[in-house]
Write a protein that binds this ligand. Structure first.
Ligand code: PLP
Length: 466
């Protein structure tokens, strides 16, 4: 039993608050927080001492206080290292921005900008004007507008074009994207009556033609982003739908989902329809995301016919779904990169990561192996290099994987992998991998900064793994 009289020698809250070493902590975290956390710490120390722990010295108390305050203050939004193998991970915030976009966003945050002000005339301007020309140039569309995300783009486009009337959709395209984005529900909220045609696997031109009535406002084509129907299938092409819509004098709305502005096959990826192609096929409106394959911040783009875009801009929902100056600045900087296709693959992180060669990633794995192994071997983990398969994510090219490489961490005892994954998640800069076939796989495709990984690993807590 420890000498309980030593409890009396434990410094008081006041004494520690007055200590000169505490001043920087008060500056950083504020007096109220420091006092709170300190009280809890001293309670914990007292309990430990009653259980036989020795009296800590003031330096040890201050060290514990500092680390408790750091822990208390840290955010779940702190940067993490995405080694999941999913490049556009919705739960991890999707696309990483190009440096040009980061800089533009930071400038817009710090200073006033002529967001809705025309510097030429000195009169009120339009917030979309900063992006409209770029979007038209890159897609060949007549006009363009921007909202909060692609879900919002679909919602407002449906509402503006079809409220109180009917929209025809193939049964093969009634998608759920995740969260609460289900096409039939969005239609209902948009005030549009859904008319389903065709079957899950096959829909023909006559299915659409036969469904057109006086009340029909539009045909909606939805890119089946996150699944693929294979086997005995038939869908009606965008070009054919455009003709059917034109003949009946109704609108064709094409929700591309990811929507890429370039032919991805030049980066070794499967071909996806580009926005320009969807516009050229004759869609009246095309909607797509800013933060999927396009590689920018969250946003929803609507491009197409001038009269319909004007209708959308007049819709009261537009005000509710608008985008702020920070994102507009970042979007403009991102879109500008597309004007220089030769350098796009290097400047846009999404494309750079998606197009990294397996051999390059494998070399990185070889380089990191000894360091990672050294950190983890003492806890009984066996680390080796491995081949793996990355995914694009965000429902883009759902069944395609990209050959990748990384580190495979195994352990003989059950539960050890979950424990390691939890320790990795608790790091000041968390490391996220995925557990598969009895190993924790770190896919290195998205690793930009090897030093950051090694420095993060150096914080792996021996106690937590013991
Ligand atoms: C991803 C996606 C959406 C939703 O886009 P967000 O930008 O996530 O709001 C809508 N439709 C399709 C086809 C999609 O792939």
């Amino acid at each position: 039993m420890a000498d309980l009289s030593s409890l009396r020698h434990l410094p008081s809250v006041d004494q520690i608050l007055k200590a000169p070493e505490t001043a920087p902590l008060l500056d950083t975290y504020g007096r109220a927080t420091v006092t709170d956390v300190l009280r809890t710490l001293l309670d914990e120390i007292r309990t430990a001492m009653r259980g036989g722990a020795p009296l800590p010295d003031v330096a040890a108390i201050l060290a514990s206080l500092t680390s408790k305050l750091e822990y208390h203050d840290r955010s779940n939004l702190r940067p993490l290292i995405n080694l999941t193998g999913t490049v556009l991970h919705t739960n991890l915030g999707r696309a990483l921005l190009a440096e040009e976009a980061v800089k533009a966003a930071v400038d817009a945050m710090r200073e006033a900008a002529a967001l809705e002000f025309d510097l030429d005339t000195g009169k009120r301007g339009e917030r979309d004007s900063h992006l409209r020309e770029l979007l038209c140039e890159l897609t060949g569309a007549e006009d363009a507008t921007i909202v909060n995300n692609n879900a919002a783009a679909v919602l407002i486009a449906l509402n503006a074009v079809g409220a109180g009337r009917q929209a025809i959709v193939s049964r093969g395209e009634l998608i759920e994207i995740g969260g609460a984005f289900r096409m039939p529900d969005i239609m209902e909220r948009a005030g549009v009556q859904l008319v389903e045609v065709g079957t899950t696997n096959r829909t023909h031109p006559k299915d659409y033609r036969n469904a057109i009535r006086e009340e029909t406002a539009l045909i909606l084509k939805v890119h089946t982003s996150n699944y693929r129907i294979e086997g005995f299938t038939a869908e009606v092409s965008g070009a054919e739908l455009a003709k059917i819509a034109k003949d009946a004098d109704i609108a064709l709305l094409n929700d591309l989902g990811s929507g890429t502005l370039v032919d991805l096959s030049q980066y070794g990826l499967a071909r996806e329809p580009t926005v320009r192609e969807a516009v050229a096929e004759g869609a009246d409106l095309v909607t797509f995301s800013g933060d999927k394959l396009l590689g920018g911040p969250q946003a929803g783009f609507i491009v197409g016919r001038r009269d319909l875009i004007a209708e959308i801009n007049r819709n009261p929902l537009k005000r509710a779904l608008r985008v702020d100056k920070i994102r507009i600045a970042a979007l403009a900087a991102t879109l500008k990169l597309y004007r220089d296709p030769d350098r796009l693959g290097q400047r846009l992180p999404t494309l750079r990561m998606l197009s990294r060669r397996q051999s390059d990633i494998a070399e990185q794995a070889e380089r990191l192996l000894p360091h990672v192994s050294e950190t983890l071997a003492k806890f009984g983990y066996a680390v080796e290099t491995c081949r793996c398969a990355s995914q694009i994510g965000s429902g883009a090219l759902p069944v395609d994987t990209i050959p990748s490489a990384g580190l495979r961490i195994g352990h003989t005892s059950g539960g050890a992998l979950e424990k390691l994954a939890a320790v990795f998640r608790a790091l000041p800069r968390p490391i996220l991998g995925h557990i598969r076939d009895g190993a924790l796989i770190l896919d290195l495709r998205c690793l930009n900064d090897e030093t950051a990984l090694l420095s993060s690993l150096s914080h792996v807590n021996a106690n937590a793994l013991a």
